[in-house]
Design a protein around this ligand. Structure first.
Ligand code: C5P
Length: 403
């Protein structure tokens, strides 16, 4: 499985001679389908010009914490939130020390502090600097904080020394980076996920639908695959590429989605209903395109089945997770749905006009309500990319799902 496809990789380049290898790293990550953005320290710019990386990545290089133009385009907090993974390659002894001490005195160290994305440190330095007790103590601190460390390698160094401290080969970095996204939290489980909108036909060319992009459902499918689950993704029409290794069933209408989800849930362990299913459909679908004649027209609608409620009421041992997109009274409405639909968990998000998260956005922030023995508990998940959020939600679902 290509674990780097569609991942947003923030690459921090600090000032070592190995910075020249980062150009190759950018290309190889892009070959895997990753989207790469770059931060350079001022000392990295002494080794390689930002233009080199800019030409490769097709994005402006972020170098300065106090640059108003860069902040206006994509501010440092936005950059920190954007990342699915934050890779520091090369990571010099100085950058490693900054991470250990929580310094925020340049752009790279500040974004490291501000980011919730998994951090991957790829050390590269002279063998004596690597062997130094201070560096070794710092590395031990990184390990204790569960920060991912790739390398270093040993061999001949640019300075003429031979020993440990060389940056890991680019091919090895790419091969090992995917492991950051992998775990076995749902190994052996079958997870069924609905995603995207449904389209309810009015006539052969028109339909009723909504703005759901499917991004959250697809991100959950990817995260469930990475957690070792067998995944059936039942998708309404979207522009998204289907995750490799998921069994994807493409559907159009709510009735199609209902049938596909009911079939897939026969042997499922977890059902996550992320789709924005149309609540109603036209009673009659005109066989030919409806002509415009009168000044007014009306379409009679009938209620669609509630896929999630139907499946959760008919499968006692299935762990069911719903979504509640609300413009107001988020918790009240979500609690009502949790109880009415007989769910184990509901993921509530605000889709009000003033919200930057939810429908058709890349970021999301949610409140999760879940049944805990006899009471309903609540857990907040702060704003981050849908990929990171999906990973956190899958971990949470795996924890709450009785294995
Ligand atoms: O009732 P409401 O549509 O707000 O509930 C949202 C939740 O129910 C989502 O998880 C959605 O996928 C699911 N749903 C469904 N079938 C419907 C309507 C909603 O599965 N017809």
């Amino acid at each position: 499985m290509n674990l780097l496809r569609q991942k947003r990789i923030l690459l921090g380049i600090s000032g070592g001679i190995a910075a020249y290898k980062s150009a190759e790293l950018i290309r190889r990550l892009q070959d895997q389908g990753a989207d790469v953005r770059i931060i350079m320290t001022s000392s990295a710019m002494e080794f390689v010009k930002p233009l080199t990386y800019q030409a490769l990545s097709s994005y402006p290089i972020h170098t300065d914490l106090l640059d108003p133009n860069a902040e206006a385009a994509m501010g440092h907090i936005e950059l920190a939130r954007w990342a699915d993974v934050f890779v520091i390659a090369p990571a010099t002894a100085n950058t490693i020390a900054q991470i250990v001490h929580g310094e925020a005195n340049d752009l790279l160290s500040t974004v490291i502090l501000a980011s919730r994305a998994p951090l991957v440190v790829v050390p590269a330095m002279n063998q004596a600097m690597w062997a130094n007790a201070a560096t070794q103590a710092n590395m031990q601190t990184l390990r204790e904080r569960h920060i991912n460390i790739l390398g270093p390698d040993s061999g001949s160094q640019a300075c003429g020394d031979v020993g440990e401290g060389r940056m890991l080969d680019v091919a090895d970095i790419v091969a090992q980076l995917g492991d950051v996204f992998k775990n076995d939290q749902l190994a052996g489980k079958h997870v069924v996920i609905t995603a995207g909108p449904t389209r309810e036909a009015i006539d052969p060319v028109r339909y009723i639908s909504n703005h759901s992009s499917g991004k959250m459902g697809y991100a959950l499918a990817q995260a469930a695959l990475e957690a070792g689950a067998a995944v059936t993704l039942i998708s309404g029409p979207t522009q998204l590429t289907t995750p490799e290794r998921a069994t994807t069933v493409q559907v159009i209408s709510a009735l199609d989605m209902h049938k596909a989800a009911s079939d897939a849930c026969q042997d499922a362990d977890i059902f996550i209903a992320c789709a924005a299913v149309a609540d109603y459909r036209p009673i009659d679908i005109a066989e030919q395109k409806i002509k415009k004649n009168d000044d007014e027209m009306s379409i009679s609608l009938t209620k669609n089945p509630d896929i999630l409620a139907d499946i959760s009421h008919s499968h006692d041992s299935l762990f069911t997770v719903g979504f509640a997109a609300e413009t107001h009274d988020l918790i009240k409405h979500a609690t009502g749905k949790l109880e009415r639909k007989k769910l184990n968990m509901i993921i509530a998000n605000n889709v009000g006009a003033d919200s930057s998260t939810g429908f058709n956005t890349d970021d999301n922030a949610v409140e999760v309500l879940y049944q805990d023995k006899t009471s309903i508990k609540q857990q907040s998940f702060a704003q981050c990319s849908k990929t990171i959020l999906a990973k956190q939600l899958i971990t949470f679902i795996a924890e709450k799902h009785p294995s």
